[in-house]
Design a protein around this ligand. Structure first.
Ligand code: AMP
Length: 445
C-alpha cells in the first residue's frame, strides 16, 4: 500500500506535494520521495517518514510548478532506499518520473522478459518494469508509449507519470486503489490517493479519476484532458474502507468514517453479548466501528484503551517477539474504567491474531471481567495481491482456524466477525468490490 500525489500548475508544487504526502503518511512509512519539474526534473527520495526525508534544503532543489510524490508502504524484507519512489529515468524522449500505488500481478514475467532482452534493473520494484517498457517503446510520444506499456502489464495500479511539461494519470479498469482530482486555491490541479490530502492543502475535490481512465494535464493549461483507455469495471478495494484509508477521506462518494460506523452497527445487529457494560475500541483503527456498534447496541462507548502515538518505526520489526512488545508499547487499557466490567472490544480486522491476543490479555490484566471481541471485517483468509501487503495464507490466522478456534487462541469470551454480505451492505451493494482477502476471488490474473 502506498500514497501518491501529483501537482500541476502551482508555484508551490513541491510543498503542496510534501503536505499531501504528510496527510497520507498512514498509507506508507517506509520511504518517501518527490520529483518536481521546471522543464527539467529533480528527484529527492529516501527511507523514512515524510518529515525525515525532506528538509528546507530539499525545497531549494525541488523547483518548478509540477510535482509527483510517493509514500512507500513497508513490504517485508525490502527496506532498501533503492526501492523508494519516484522512479526517475532518462530515455530517448527526455526525462520522466513515475509513482505507483498498486501491484502488478505479472511483474515477474515482464521483468524476466525485459532482463532476457538486456534490461538492467536497479531496484526490486514492479514500477521499474513500467519505466523499462516506456523506454523501450518506439512510439513517438510519452502518452503513446504509456499506453503501449499498459498493454503489457496486468495488475492494480494508480500511476502518475511526470515529464518536463506534462503529467499523465492512469487508474486501472477496476479502480482497485482510490485516486481523486482536485483544484488548488491558485488554480492548479492536484491528484491524490486520498481526499484527506485535499483538506490539508485547501484543494477542492473535483471528482474521482474513473477506473480505466487516463488524464493528461499540461503545463499552463487549467483544464485536464480525459480519455477512457479501458472499459470501466469498478471493484474498489473493500479494505480501503475497513482499514487503510483515513476516516476523513471520501472514496467514490462514500465517507470512510460513515462506512466504518455502518460496519460497526451491522456487527451489533448480529448480536450483542448479554450483560455487556461498555464498548471500547482498539485505537485508532477500531474507533469508528466501535462508535457505530455502541450506538446500535445502546451501550456506552468508553475510550478505555489509550494509545501512545509516538511508537516509531523502530519497533515495526518482523519478528514475533518484537510484534508482541509493539502492542504493549502502543496500547494501554485503563483499569479504572475496566475493572469488573464486561467489555465489548471492537477492532477493524484480525490478520495474524497477534494484536487481538495481546489486547485480550491486557484487558484482563486491567481487570475486565469478560472480554467479547468484535471484528468489523470478515475473516481474512487470502493474501491480498493488489497492493496491500497481507501475509501468506498460512500466516493468516483465519485461514488456519475457524472462528471458535481463533476465539480460543486470542483468549476472548466470545468472538464475532462481520459477515461478508453485511460488509457489502454497509459499503452499498449498488457497486462491486474487491473482496479477495475474504473470498479468494482473484479477479485480476
Ligand atoms: P494482527 O496482529 O496481525 O492480527 O494485526 C491486526 C491489526 O493490524 C489490526 O488492528 C489492524 O488494524 C491492523 N492491520 C490490518 N491490516 C493491516 C495491514 N495490511 N498492514 C498493517 N496492519 C494491518
Amino acid at each position: 500500500m502506498c500514497a501518491i500525489v501529483g501537482v500541476v500548475n502551482s508555484q508551490d508544487a513541491a510543498s503542496i506535494a510534501y503536505y499531501a504526502l504528510f496527510a497520507m503518511q498512514h498509507r506508507g512509512q517506509e520511504a518517501s520521495g518527490i520529483s518536481t519539474s521546471d522543464g527539467k526534473l529533480c528527484t529527492i527520495k529516501g527511507n523514512g517518514l515524510v518529515t525525515e526525508v525532506f528538509n528546507t534544503e530539499s525545497f531549494k532543489k525541488l523547483k518548478g510548478d509540477m510535482a509527483v510524490g510517493h509514500n512507500r508502504y513497508a513490504t517485508a524484507g525490502s527496506a532498501s532506499a533503492g526501492d523508494a519512489q519516484p522512479v526517475a529515468i532518462s530515455y530517448a524522449l527526455g526525462e520522466l518520473s513515475i509513482v505507483h500505488n498498486g501491484n502488478l500481478v505479472n511483474k515477474d514475467e515482464v521483468r524476466e522478459r525485459l532482463v532476457q532482452n538486456g534490461a538492467i534493473f536497479s531496484s526490486n520494484m514492479d514500477t521499474e518494469n513500467i519505466a523499462h517498457l516506456i523506454a523501450r517503446s518506439t512510439k513517438a510520444t510519452l502518452k503513446e508509449r504509456i499506453k503501449e506499456a499498459l498493454g503489457q502489464i496486468i495488475g492494480a495500479y494508480c500511476l502518475l507519470i511526470l515529464e518536463g511539461d506534462a503529467m499523465y494519470v492512469v487508474r486501472d479498469r477496476w479502480g482497485v486503489r482510490p485516486l481523486s482530482i482536485g483544484r488548488l486555491k491558485d488554480g492548479g490541479l492536484i491528484v491524490a490517493s486520498e481526499t484527506c490530502a485535499f483538506d490539508l492543502v485547501g484543494a477542492k475535490f473535483i471528482r474521482d479519476v474513473r477506473p480505466g481512465e487516463m488524464l493528461s494535464i499540461k503545463r499552463g493549461q487549467s483544464e485536464f484532458a480525459s480519455e477512457q483507455l479501458y472499459e470501466s469495471e469498478p471493484r474498489i478495494c473493500a479494505f480501503e474502507y475497513i482499514y487503510f484509508a483515513r476516516p476523513d477521506s471520501v472514496i467514490e462518494g462514500k465517507s470512510v468514517y460513515a462506512a466504518r460506523k455502518l460496519m460497526g452497527a451491522a456487527l451489533a445487529r448480529a448480536g450483542v453479548p448479554e450483560g455487556a457494560d461498555m464498548v471500547v475500541a482498539v485505537p485508532d483503527s477500531g474507533v469508528a466501528a466501535a462508535l457505530g456498534y455502541a450506538k446500535e447496541a445502546g451501550l456506552a462507548y468508553e475510550a478505555a484503551i489509550v494509545r501512545n502515538h509516538y511508537v516509531g518505526r523502530t519497533f515495526i520489526e518482523p519478528t514475533q517477539e518484537l510484534r508482541n512488545l509493539k502492542v504493549k508499547l502502543k496500547l494501554n487499557p485503563m483499569s479504572s474504567e475496566l475493572a469488573g466490567k464486561s467489555v465489548v472490544v471492537v477492532d477493524d480486522s484480525i490478520v495474524r491474531g497477534t494484536t487481538s491476543k495481546k489486547i485480550v490479555e491486557l484487558l484482563r490484566t486491567a481487570g475486565a471481567k469478560q472480554v467479547h471481541f468484535r471484528v468489523a471485517a470478515p475473516e481474512l483468509r487470502y493474501p491480498e495481491r493488489y497492493g496491500i501487503d497481507t501475509p501468506t495464507s498460512e500466516e493468516l490466522i483465519s485461514y488456519r482456524l475457524n472462528c471458535d478456534e481463533v476465539c480460543e487462541y486470542i483468549g476472548a469470551d466470545s468472538l464475532e466477525f462481520l459477515g461478508l454480505e453485511a460488509l457489502v451492505e454497509a459499503l452499498g451493494d449498488e457497486r462491486k468490490y474487491s473482496l479477495v482477502s475474504f473470498d479468494g476471488d482473484y479477479f485480476i490474473r
